[in-house]
Design a binder for this molecule. Sequence first.
Ligand code: IVH
Length: 667
Amino acid sequence: MSVPARVRARAAWLRAELHEHAYRYYVLDAPTISDAEYDRLLRELRDLEAQYPELVTPDSPTQRVGAPPAAAFAPVRHRAPMLSLANAFDDAELEAWARRVRTALGEAPVAFVCELKIDGAAVSLTYVDGVFVRGATRGDGEQGEDVTANLRTIRSIPLRLRGAAPPLVEVRGEVYLPRSAFEATNADREARGEPRFANPRNAAAGSLRQLDPQVTAARPLDIFVYGLGAAEGLALASHWETLAWLRAAGFRTSPHARRCTSLEEVKAFVRHWTAARATLDYDTDGVVVKVDATAQQAELGTTAQAPRWAIAYKFPAEQAVTRLVDITVSVGRTGALTPTAVLEPVRVSGVTVTSATLHNEDEVRRKDVRIGDWVVVQRAGEVIPEVVRPLPERRTGAERVFVMPDRCPVCQTPVERPEDEAVTRCPNLACPAQLHLRLVHFASRDAMNIEGLGEKLIAQLLDRGLVRDPADLYQLTAADLLTLDRMGEKLAANLLEAIAASKRTTLARLLYALGIRHVGAHVAERLAEQFGTLQALADAPFEAIRDTPGIGPTIAGSVHSFFRQEVNRRLLDRLLAAGVAPEAPQAAPAPGPLAGTQVVFTGTLARWTRSQAEALARAAGATTTDSVTKKTTYVVAGASPGSKLEKARRLGVRVLTEDEFARLVGA
Ligand code: IVH
């Protein structure tokens, strides 16, 4: 059905109107029409697009939400790296930096731009011919994750640039969750049985990495942009001009940026915001000072990690004074007993704090905090609030010294504290506290993602003895579930369906779900990539795990010993028997130079251990095996090779020296 010209024109007009009003509302904070009027225009466009789907364009205002949940985020290579910043912690360090800058620039006059350093999640937004095509997290600075669908839900990110569009531009900024939305977000997570975010920054980063854009859309994330990555067709003589260009293109930039022509002005800006930041509705952790002139920036250049033309002057952590009314002890997923301070509610940097971690027994003793003390608490950047020190001058004598219980507060098993460790642990793996948290973790979104199975339901399942470990979840029947409070047929059926659906998962999710110490989502992905199957990882020697890129001896030790324990092996067998089927990770996106080949190593290699060499081969797309067969593509022979070399010759398999192999894989 062809679209009548009249309809096409109307749709174009509606899109332009909607873009304009969204910009006025979300970026300028100065709407000129009512919400109802905006909704009416949006509805009209949506109706037209429903009738004529060919009218839908990727930059249509109707396309903010609606992408289906993803299974994983694709990697994105940044065209220009996303660097980090060097820090200054006091005026002297700022002055030292400014001296280096001036010396390098041959004493030419230097102007600076001061900006607040927003404490959120860094993103890169790519626009091609003015259209938002890709948004990515920072990742390791070279490569991040494609979170385009989630970023589209942020209304102050333009889907199309205003004005003349350059062919290509990467816009850099910080996504944050306003403080005022932080507590509501946590309340919402608790209601879903998900763990609370420790701070607004984790909430922003976590919301960006939601697989379901609907979840992201429900969080009022916002963004301040502060610079460019790669850019074609833009000639901007200074950072100050860059900010002006970004604003004109429709982005939200901080209203507090300021151009300073002396270091005294810079210091005054820092002093002002050290105090005034408490009034902002978002977390900041410092002031970024940038050399303004683009030519001077280029002259100064960058180190491998950070530009020499910018520095982050870090704010001291914000503190407040309150009463410590109790010290409770909780048992974590790994059995660690953690003393937690229960505080009289107090606002610290815009967030109400009611508890703070005391880490462990030694920490309580070292700080000499007592129950009933007045204490100084602080929120420092990314950490959970902590108790800094007591105010002994305010003691009345009624304060009590804390003693660590000698039994687990949950299962009453005598606790253990290895001599060389600060952590006291409950050794009982079946301790309900550990079990509860292990199961909550197992079912959580980034793990097995069993929708609807939250903390409260899990507590009930444990209380009734219906579940003793994660594998038991897969044995539950509708009859079992119907014995629970507030459980109806429909809900039970949904839950069983969600449990069944979780059987099809990825190896990385399953590994993460198992709650192996030190194995977070990221490490789990690395392990899954490296080993491909659960069996291969379970059978892997310690060295092979340790030589996995990004994994060190501590993680490797933890993973290796996990798979050596009989109970864990049994648990895995039962999960697999119940039909849990972890998929191997997808083959590497770009086929490596050895894609489709089979490689065998023999003899002693000069540059690598055997497992490092195997890892290189696999990273290049090969599979590696131990024995030479007709299917073997290459045998890589080191010093004093064994019978494998003879066999390779007999079978006519190509033999490579270590150097030839190195060249092939580009190592
Ligand atoms: S400039 C090449 N400006 O701080 C310089 N960064 O360590 C790139 N950040 O996570 C950074 N506010 O996202 C710059 N006004 C600002 C910033 C800012 C927050 C974050 C940035 C990154 C970290 C850099």
